[in-house]
Design a binder for this molecule. Structure first.
Ligand SMILES: N[C@@H](CCC(=O)N[C@@H](CS)C(=O)NCC(=O)O)C(=O)O
Length: 211
């Protein structure tokens, strides 16, 4: 049975999932869910994801939503990849950074993408909310200091090996330049992010964003 991934590829949350699937060379079918056409609210989509948000993965009768959970599911399917370590504490560390992502990093980075990309490009609103950007700036720098310090002396977020934590956190930066996410002061984050961008799967996933 081919896995189906329902996603709007330009979204960072979609990117997080697609980049893992591409890195693992998973056989999947991309089902484009275009918010501009009301696809998220269609009864068929709401039946598989009651949040009416994307991405969603469907593997036969099994459905999973939440991008970081989908990453987890994909990594479990290919344990030999090491994207999810076998050792329990190492695995918990990966999960911890995925939780941290959802609690702190994703909301901060997502606010820049929402104000500077989603609003003008999808909603036709050309004036960003300056208060929202100021709040995003504060949240971002608080978290970026933590991530930058974590990356010192490490190739990847949890150590020497690439894991889904890197794809979770790195995926949020996919539009860093266009959304003017202020990564400039963080040399470790920039070094680590460049190494993700150099992955063939990263480039393949970027190419999927053109729809
Ligand atoms: N925590 C969820 C967030 C999902 C989410 O908010 N997706 C956005 C696209 S980036 C969406 O579908 N937004 C539609 C809406 O808010 O109505 C995840 O990581 O999957």
């Amino acid at each position: 049975m081919t896995i189906e991934i329902f996603a709007f590829p330009p979204s960072p949350r979609a990117f997080k999932v697609l980049v893992v699937a591409n890195h693992l060379d998973v056989d999947y079918m991309l089902r484009v869910i275009d918010p501009r056409n009301g696809d998220l609210q269609s009864p068929g989509y709401a039946a598989i994801n009651p949040n009416m948000r994307m991405p969603t993965l469907k593997d036969g009768d099994y459905i999973v939503w939440e991008s970081n959970a989908i990453q987890h599911y994909l990594a479990l399917a290919k344990p030999e990849s090491g994207l999810l370590p076998k050792d329990e504490r190492a695995r918990l560390d990966v999960t911890r950074w995925q939780f941290w992502d959802l609690a702190h990093w994703d909301p901060a980075t997502g606010a820049f993408a929402f104000e500077r990309l989603v609003k003008p490009q999808l909603l036709g609103i050309h004036e960003p909310d300056q208060a929202a950007l100021a709040k995003a700036e504060e949240l971002f720098h608080r978290s970026a200091k933590v991530l930058d310090a974590q990356l010192k002396g490490k190739k990847f977020v949890t150590g020497g090996n690439l894991t889904i934590a890197d794809f979770a956190l790195g995926g949020d930066l996919v539009h860093a330049e266009a959304a003017e996410i202020p990564v400039e002061p963080y040399a470790e984050i920039r070094r680590w992010f460049a190494s993700l961008q150099a992955l063939p799967a990263w480039q393949k996933t970027l190419a999927q964003q053109i729809i």
